[in-house]
Structure formats: structure tokens, C-alpha cells
Design a protein around this ligand. Sequence first.
Ligand SMILES: [Zn+2]
Length: 80
Amino acid sequence: MSIVYKGIPYNNMMKDDNTNERGEEETMPTELIQVKRHTCYRCGYKWIPRSEEMPVGCPRCKSPYWNRPKKSSGNENANQ
Ligand SMILES: [Zn+2]
């Protein structure tokens, strides 16, 4: 008979800590970030702005109406 006891049952004490393996307060290692991206209606150029402010013009075609789609109805233009 060569039963070897590990002596002081440290394992029982460790189990109390290991029950935290459930991860009650796990934090997400990856966060989902949303990036705004502007698209120029004139030339179709897409870019990511560095600031919250709306850009004055498209960095590619320099059009100030980059965020305004062309109106195909033409009724408003006819009045003017
Ligand atoms: Zn453009």
C-alpha cells in the first residue's frame, strides 16, 4: 500500500478561486467600432473623415455639393 497523500488539501482552497472560471465579469476583448465614411455623390469617392465636422468639399473632386445627390425631378430647378 503506497497511497500518497498530498498532505494539506490546498486543492480544496484553490477550488474556491477556480470557480471564477465561469467568467462572471469577463470583458469583451474586441469592441465593435463604427466608422463613418463619406461618399461623394459627384465622383463616388469614399473617404473616412478625421473629425466630426462635415468636410467643406470632396477631397477628390473638390465639389462642395459632394453630400447632395443630384435631383432628377428637376421641378425645383425649373422654378428658379
Ligand atoms: Zn468627389
